[in-house]
Design a protein around this ligand. Structure first.
Ligand code: ATP
Ligand code: MG
Length: 140
């Protein structure tokens, strides 16, 4: 095991449902520490840049529209194997397939509005953390 940092986004659907605290509690209960956090309204340009890897996919326009439909909460989570651990706590992309007790099983409605984003690799985590935070804002 190694200590890692990963980026989480609590998406607009979960912010609207008023479950920011319950989601952060899942991270903490799973052994991850919140070492940076802020609420933010993404611009269209930011959302398109953040999800650039998906720009050829049919759902890209809807994904960007959804991600700018209200504020999000971005955070950096730190801990042993944080990248994989966060993905496990999130559950499958499609909440109907997500294991019971995961964030998406508990708080998400559909594959388009699925409550959370989490970095899926070390390379992605490094890029995504730098996308939202200066190093001075991360306080382990
Ligand atoms: P995220 O990147 O948000 O953490 P993920 O890694 O589980 O989710 P990706 O394959 O990276 O899933 O897709 C990014 C996002 O695009 C998903 O969270 C979902 O909101 C949306 N998405 C993915 N696949 C579909 C699909 N088939 N139809 C509609 N939206 C989709
Ligand atoms: Mg992804």
């Amino acid at each position: 095991m190694s200590i890692e940092k990963t980026l989480s986004i609590i998406k607009p659907d979960a912010v609207r449902k008023n479950v920011i605290g319950q989601i952060l509690t899942k991270f903490e209960g799973g052994g991850l520490k919140v070492v940076a956090v802020k609420m933010k309204q993404l611009t269209q340009t930011e959302a398109e840049a953040f999800y650039a890897e998906h720009k050829e996919r049919g759902f890209f326009g809807d994904l960007v529209r959804f991600m700018i439909s209200g504020p999000v909460v971005v955070s950096v989570l730190m801990g042993d194997d944080a990248i994989l651990k966060n993905r496990q706590l999130m559950g499958a992309t499609d909440p109907k397939k997500a294991e019971a007790g995961t964030i998406r099983a508990d708080f998400a409605e559909s594959i388009d509005e699925n409550a959370v984003h989490g970095s899926d690799s070390q390379v992605a985590a490094t890029r995504e953390i730098a996308f939202f935070f200066d190093t001075t804002e991360i306080i382990p």
